[in-house]
Design a protein around this ligand. Structure first.
Ligand SMILES: Cc1cc2nc3c(=O)[nH]c(=O)nc-3n(C[C@H](O)[C@H](O)[C@H](O)COP(=O)(O)OP(=O)(O)OC[C@H]3O[C@@H](n4cnc5c(N)ncnc54)[C@H](O)[C@@H]3O)c2cc1C
Length: 478
């Protein structure tokens, strides 16, 4: 604990004003708990789902679609924003080797763009995959190749996945594919795509989603406003730097505010969306070597967005384009105006976001803003989406620990850390980085809601928080 600093006490302290942390606060307030503090190091609520505003143009941290099968989450979202939460019909394509493929893939489109030979190749490799003997797949690559054949894997999965994760698909665990693509009947997709299915709707390839008119972050800023009006305290631009524990009880946290002030917060119960590995590193007294070594073995993918203001009314019709081509570094390009017209102040302009998945240790992470903007602009030009002279402004957002990585062999370390977390009597690790899970917003939000219910010992509790998202039935980026 830091000596001689201000100290405050609350019943519940929530670290992270992202969907998970706000899910906790929502449920606590709903059940009468008022003495709550939410702390976040950012200046805006929303976490990875926040919306930054630059010169009146609104940019999310990459494209954020709101879609859930969870009725409670759906209700929270709709209750929060009402008519400001609007349906959007999805249109997105895959860019691969100078061609734009419709997504979900369509038969005629694939035939035309791959040509007769290419399509025959796809079909033969698919048939070969169906006829070959199948062992239990261990890697992502094996999982997809067994289901789809090598050619479709190489065209529609390999390069994008490797850009996102930064490791070869044969080093990514099959559990990731199984988690993210579980409900997706790939055979059906393939039949639809190449043999012309009878337009049977594949529920996993969501065609409609909801979106707040002012960007994803509007949802969480509004949730925050409502919580604050009900007595919750919100402390932004404040970073937790230490968790003080006594045995398995977290007694307090040390917080460093952006103005340099340090404070100490005591609470009966802590809920944390701090990345799991960081939590263990911040514990005082320190954890065992075994725990610290396992924490070192958790890996994350960091993320850069280059946000561009384009002086043109219409640039492309997609909400986002998956960029599978290996000859450009970006993995995805989004056009926020196609999510909501209100994302730009001036209707004659367009806000684009070019995403780079990277590691803090990579060269790219340490490049200047000028370099990154020039790279993004040259790649957009190469894809014939814009002309250099149309770019009026640019802004760069660097986000650490954006994607928890499920690499082969991380499981034992992860299991050890999970069981250590479960020994703490007044601490829940929640959300995407907090649980080291490839969560969407809904999974994170519900992890917070259920953690609050566990604390309150509400009927149905204790909920198995680690199991959230294991049964995810839709896929963000097939
Ligand atoms: C590029 C991209 C695209 C995505 N697209 C979608 C999509 O289309 N649909 C969808 O549903 N989901 C999408 N997601 C996932 C979604 O953003 C996350 O699931 C969600 O934001 C996770 O919420 P969370 O609260 O668990 O974590 P976060 O959003 O990461 O929030 C955690 C919060 O904790 C704070 N924090 C961390 N450490 C500290 C500390 N030491 N002190 C104080 N505060 C701290 C952070 O500042 C942050 O605000 C996407 C994510 C990314 C990166």
């Amino acid at each position: 604990m830091i000596e001689n600093i201000n100290s405050k006490s609350y019943e519940c302290c929530i670290i992270g004003a992202g969907p998970a942390g706000l899910g906790v606060a929502y449920e606590l307030v709903k059940n009468g708990v008022k003495d709550i503090l939410i702390i976040d190091k950012n200046k805006l609520a929303g976490g990875l789902a926040r919306t930054e505003v630059f010169n009146g143009t609104r940019f999310d941290v990459g494209p954020h679609r709101f879609y859930t099968k969870n009725k409670e989450v759906d209700k929270i979202w709709h209750d929060t924003l009402g008519s400001l939460f609007q349906p959007v019909t999805r249109f997105s394509r895959i860019y691969y080797k100078n061609k734009y493929f419709n997504y979900p893939i369509k038969p005629i489109d694939v035939l035309i763009k791959m040509g007769p030979l290419g399509s025959l190749n796809v079909m033969l490799s698919f048939l070969a995959s169906q006829m070959s003997k199948k062992n239990k797949p261990i890697t992502f690559e094996e999982w997809i190749v067994q289901k789809l054949g090598r050619k479709l894997y190489e065209t529609f999965f390999k390069t994008y996945t490797e850009k996102v994760w930064g490791i070869p698909c044969n080093q990514i665990g099959a559990e990731w594919a199984a988690q993210r693509i579980k409900g997706l009947d790939l055979l059906e997709v393939f039949k639809n795509a190449l043999l012309g299915g009878k337009n049977k709707k594949i529920k996993t390839l969501v065609e409609k989603f909801y979106f707040p008119v002012l960007g994803a972050g509007q949802m969480y800023e509004t949730m925050c406003e409502k919580l604050v009006s009900q007595g919750v305290e919100l402390m932004l631009e404040s970073k937790v730097i230490r968790f003080n524990r006594q045995d398995n009880t977290v007694k307090s946290i040390d917080v460093l505010k952006s103005d340099g002030e340090k404070i100490n917060i005591n609470a009966k119960q802590f809920f944390s969306s701090v990345p799991l590995a960081h939590y263990f590193r911040m514990l005082n007294p320190v954890e065992s070597h075994q725990i610290l070594d396992s924490a070192e073995m958790l890996r994350y993918r960091d993320h850069i967005t280059v946000d561009l203001l384009i002086g043109r009314k219409k640039v492309f019709p997609d909400q986002w384009i998956y960029v599978h081509s290996p000859d450009v570094k970006t993995a995805r390009i989004s056009n926020y105006k196609n999510f909501s017209k209100k994302m730009v102040e001036d209707e004659n302009k367009t806000g684009l976001c070019v995403e780079y998945f990277t590691n803090m240790s990579d060269n790219l992470w340490n490049k200047t803003d000028e370099f990154l903007a020039a790279l993004a602009i040259s790649e957009l030009e190469k894809m014939c989406l814009i002309k250099r002279g149309e770019v009026q402004r640019y802004w760069i957002i660097r986000e650490t620990e954006a994607y928890p990585i499920y690499y082969l062999g991380f499981g034992d370390h992860y299991n050890l850390l999970k069981s250590r977390i479960d020994q703490f009597v007044n601490f829940y690790s929640i959300g995407r980085a907090g649980m080291h899970k490839y969560n969407n917003q809904d999974h994170s939000l519900i992890s917070g809601v259920l953690a609050a219910r566990n604390y309150l010992k509400l009927p149905g509790s204790p909920y198995a928080l680690w199991d959230i998202n294991v049964d995810a039935e839709y896929y963000e980026s097939a």
